[in-house]
Design a protein. Structure first.
Length: 181
């Protein structure tokens, strides 16, 4: 059996309103210590097209800052697992992330998007917790839907706000996720 792999910390701050959840980082992503680090993964192209920013041309740190500027956070459903290769179907012994870590920081979070079917298995739980939810086609190169078709669906995350207003009237109701799904 393979050694358990550990995923990444969430990319969040108090201003995020949208959280994009993947399943678990690929082998290439773990090797680079970067979300969506596989060069053929469409994630950065998709989100860049939605927010009209050249994310693929930026450094990784600039990409993360840009997401936060658009009030978009990033994390994975699974925090630890065993897996041979990068396919979600090969995930064994998943340990789910503690989403109270996000909701304690991001009190304005209102929308949770799921990047692919594996992440989307948790969608009913997030809907039950009161979040608006959107299931997106996977950005993975293993999911062979044409980029243009993926982008059509990913445009649904475009309800972003560049301003970082702290006025009370703009706050969403506070939601708390239980410690573990």
């Amino acid at each position: 059996m393979t050694k358990a792999a550990i995923g990444f910390a969430p990319v969040i701050d108090a201003g995020i309103r949208t959280l994009i959840l993947g399943s678990f980082p690929s082998v290439a992503s773990l090797g680079k210590a970067q979300y969506y680090g596989h060069p053929q993964n469409h994630f950065w192209r998709l989100v860049g097209a939605v927010i009209a920013e050249p994310l693929p041309e930026m450094t990784y740190e600039q990409r993360l800052r840009t997401l936060l500027n658009y009030r978009i956070g990033l994390w994975d459903i699974i925090g630890t697992c065993r897996r041979e290769g990068s396919l979600d179907s090969s995930i064994r012994d998943p340990g789910h992330n503690d989403f109270s870590r996000v909701t304690c920081v991001a009190s304005r979070l209102r929308r949770v998007c799921f990047n692919g079917r594996t992440a989307a298995k948790m969608e009913p739980l997030f809907a039950k917790w009161g979040f608006e939810t959107i299931v997106l086609p996977s950005s993975s190169p293993a999911y062979t839907l044409a980029f243009e078709r993926k982008l059509e669906a990913w445009r649904s995350i475009s309800d972003y706000d560049r301003t970082r207003s702290t006025s009370r009237s703009s706050r969403s109701p506070k939601r708390r996720a239980p410690a573990a799904p």
